[in-house]
Design a protein around this ligand. Sequence first.
Ligand code: ADP
Length: 167
Amino acid sequence: MNQAVLILIKPDGLKKSLTGNILTRLSETKLEIVAAKMVRVSQGLAEEHYRHLKDKPFFKEIIKYLQGELHDRKKVMALVYWGKDAIKKCRDLAGATNPEEADPTSIRGSYGRITTSGIYENVIHVSSNEPEAEREIKLWFGPDEIIVDLYPAKEVVQKELRSMLWA
Ligand code: ADP
């Protein structure tokens, strides 16, 4: 079954210059990249992304982590991969959430660490299931930024919309 999955290369992945390695590992899946961009993550976006963890003691720290405040890299790379069993293939390659428990050959097992304050810095996010993938992809991308029609969309004309054009 074809699926879409949101991948984030988190600020530690970018700071450690792992973008190429991670994309190479993900290319083993033979999935198609249907969207990609660099994002400066607002507090609101980070909190919405991790809303299922808002009662956890580490919530504040992972919001700072995703915003890049722990790594002096205030950006993440967001991608959507698409194809057969995309979620399982990407999660298998990513490895377990805790990098110490992750298979050592997985992306998190190879490159992740636990900080002295106990945060799992695991270099990559992968959506956990189809409903979460849809929620996350709609949170991080607009329909115009994805080169296939993943979910129903509607066309609207926004007159007062402020946007930047090349000068
Ligand atoms: P995943 O990213 O594997 O889907 P979660 O959504 O449960 O896992 O957690 C989101 C992120 O929060 C993790 O990727 C990790 O960076 C951090 N995290 C999760 N659980 C813990 C924990 N027990 N202690 C510290 N950090 C954690």
